[in-house]
Design a binder for this molecule. Structure first.
Ligand code: IVH
Length: 669
């Protein structure tokens, strides 16, 4: 393809992708399938790799991430990011209103009420329509430059086409993790035996500061904007700035309202007290802002916060109810979770009947006893929590809770590892919920994806003794399935077909499906890519395991423990003999691609993520050539830290592209 053709195709692809992204995120509509969308994006990424000069800083290819930032640069905000004063009562609000009224010396004024989004503040700077910088609040004066991570947030426009706004403008808002995404992420963590995240806010904050923007991209963060700083005099009210932002394509929560007085503000507060729980994100209060910009200016700021705005915090919701029982659940990994069985009570928009008590320490800390009246809270955390006991209501005859000593499912004495809070049932191969849990984990969508198998069928297969391990699934015959209650010919053939088809599942998904503790989907992908097949992985020593990027000591230990068990090896051998693929696909194997076909590289300096030899290997596996000296024919100088200045000078003189490790990562992604 000629450079001109490539250029027009890049422009066309970028426009199409931006169009579909906007349509999807702003109007929840799609004109093309996910697959077609991915194809467009892939074509664009490939063209940009071939012709790096065609890659714009606002290219939609940046949404998928791929850059690594070891240390975020510190940047100074153009104006400090202040905080808001808090109020907790009608009286506080009325006092605020009196202060505003006095400050405005009898002028008429109105408020805009908004919800207070419980996320992480962000500042976005656009220059000539292009997103130039995204920064965290930091200490209010200086924050971290997290531009690459922010670019993965699909609802943050990478460019805006608005001639009425100044050439440089700043937008501020709140990045958050939608509740459903947070819940799914936590489910995944629990599933692999990890502690769940405490709340969506911290998770969003942690995600924004991750080094690998590729992972940030998978976190599906979102962002509501609530302020625009521009020289445009037409934007003379907060309401107009919200409308302008919305027209420019920013994500504005439609929940704001203009209020003429504190009475209307109070009505807004009441309206959202319950309803806010239906929103896709956590909100802990509302923000009241004087609408007129000139009046905002007139009122000004104190050292810490504006005088023209204040927040009203909803009380963290709590209720009292009766603790009827403490039951115990056994998870796939054998972990025991005590659960409070409560008399149903309304809390923060839902009925709460049960709450996790986490472990024995928690029961002891709260001194919980069956029959107690307990406090239940739902603050920033979505999951309800028992926070205490109303001692005044305790019956004199109540006894302290004795934690169970045996497994409630199989009666095996429980164990508690040194330094761990959780009790485990060690009967891995004989405890029903552990066995069924492993099969459920194995067949789930992200693993073998056998959707013709559900929880009920697994129960039946287990009860009848037909399936007690994942490998048993592949021994099932049509007659055996037909003998199950409620299985007819069609459902039977669907089930058998589903199991048969799963034999094409890629290695990394099988690896995840095995349910090795701490090996989630991402870790499984990293391991598969590194070792290529099961046999190499099984041979790896502890030291070789922890050499793999992002594999820490905990995962390495867990893998070694899994590999040391005979029954696990036997399972793998049986799965292999059924034809499951225990190696990565040839296309994913070496050579990994021809993406660097015809391109020559000199690799020099010290790198953060890869060793020099590792980089050379990757270049070769992707069709590129590694040479030792810089000449006019060279395509790229891959430059790390501590590269000699003479090399850089020479490359610059000969107009050779000098690329960094993160540019290279983008190329091979
Ligand atoms: S306006 C001078 N509006 O609350 C600060 N802030 O305590 C003006 N926040 O750092 C901020 N929702 O992160 C504003 N609708 C909203 C908000 C909001 C959440 C956060 C923001 C800020 C903190 C102030």
């Amino acid at each position: 393809m000629s450079i001109d053709k490539a250029q027009s195709r890049v422009t066309e692809l970028a426009a199409q992708i931006t169009h579909h992204t906007k349509l999807y995120y702003q109007e929840r509509k799609s004109e093309i399938s996910d697959y077609e969308f991915d194809q467009l994006l892939e074509e664009l990424i490939k063209l940009e790799i071939k012709h790096p000069e065609l890659k714009h800083p606002d290219s939609p290819s940046q949404r998928v991430g791929g850059t690594i930032t070891k240390n975020f640069e510190n940047v100074t905000h153009r104006t400090p990011m202040l905080s808001l004063g808090n109020t907790y009562s009608q009286e506080d609000l009325e006092e605020f209103d009196v202060r505003v009224s006095k400050g405005l010396e009898g002028q008429e004024y109105e408020y805009i009420c908004e919800l207070k989004f419980d996320g992480v503040a962000i500042s976005l700077t656009y220059e000539n329509g292009i997103l130039k910088q995204a920064a965290t609040r930091g200490d209010g004066t200086r924050g971290d430059n997290i531009t690459n991570n922010a670019k993965t947030i699909r609802t943050i426009p990478l460019n805006v086409n608005d001639k009425t706004i100044s050439s440089i403008f700043e937008v501020r808002g709140e990045v958050f993790m939608p509740k459903n995404i947070f819940e799914a992420l936590n489910k995944e963590k629990i599933d692999i035996g990890e502690e769940p995240y405490a709340n969506a806010r911290n998770t969003a904050s942690g995600s924004l500061k991750m080094q690998d923007s590729g992972i940030v991209s998978t976190r599906k963060l979102d962002c509501f904007l609530y302020s625009l700083t521009t020289d445009n005099k037409n934007v003379d009210s907060h309401e107009k700035s919200l409308a302008t932002l919305s027209e420019m394509g920013f994500n504005i929560s439609p929940t704001f309202k203009r209020c003429n007085n504190i009475k209307e503000v109070l009505a807004y507060i009441n309206h959202w007290e319950e309803k806010r729980h239906e929103l896709p994100l956590e909100t802990d209060g509302i923000v009241i802002k004087v609408n007129s910009m000139s009046q905002q200016e007139q009122l000004g700021f104190t050292a810490k916060s504006p005088r023209w705005a204040i927040s009203y915090k909803y009380k963290s919701e709590s209720a009292t109810t009766l603790l009827n029982d403490i039951t115990y659940q056994v998870g796939r990994t054998g972990a025991i979770t005590p659960v409070a069985e409560l008399t149903p009570v309304q809390l923060a928009g839902t009925t709460v009947k049960r709450a996790s008590l986490h472990n024995a320490n928690e029961i002891e800390r709260l001194d919980l006893r069956v029959g107690d009246t307990v406090f239940v809270e739902k603050g920033g955390e979505i999951i309800p929590k028992v926070t205490g006991v109303d001692q005044s209501m305790r019956s004199k005859s109540s006894d302290p809770t004795l934690y169970i000593t045996d497994c409630p499912e199989c009666n095996t004495p429980l164990i508690r590892n040194e330094g761990e809070a959780v009790h485990y049932c060690p009967n891995i191969n004989g405890c029903p919920p552990q066995i069924k849990g492993r099969i459920e984990h194995f067949i789930q969508r992200k693993a073998m994806d056998i959707d013709s198998l559900g929880e009920r069928t697994i129960d039946q297969l287990f009860e009848t003794g037909l399936v007690t391990s994942p490998a048993d699934l592949y021994d099932l015959t049509t007659d055996q399935v037909l003998s199950l209650e409620s299985f007819k010919e069609l459902s039977t053939s669907n089930l058998i077909k589903g199991i048969e088809n799963s034999k094409n599942t890629p290695f990394e998904s099988i690896l995840f499906g095995l349910g090795i503790r701490f090996v989630g989907k991402t870790v499984a992908e990293k391991l598969a890519l590194h070792f290529h097949n099961w046999d190499q992985l099984a041979l790896a020593t502890y030291d070789q395991l922890i050499e793999v990027p992002e594999i820490g000591t905990r995962i390495a230990e867990s893998l070694i423990a899994f590999l040391s068990k005979e029954e696990n090896i036997e399972q793998i051998n049986r799965l292999k003999s059924h034809g499951l693929k225990f190696e990565i696909e040839a296309s994913a194997n070496q050579p990994e691609s021809d993406i660097l076909q015809g391109k020559s590289f000199v690799v020099s300096g010290v790198f953060e993520e890869y060793g020099r030899d590792e980089l050379k290997d990757i270049i070769k596996k992707n069709g590129g050539k590694v040479v030792s000296s810089i000449s006019g024919k060279l395509d790229y100088l891959l430059a790390g830290d501590k590269m000699g200045p003479s090399k850089r000078d020479k490359a610059e003189k000969l107009k050779v592209s000098i690329i960094s490790e993160s540019d290279f990562n983008q190329m091979i992604k």
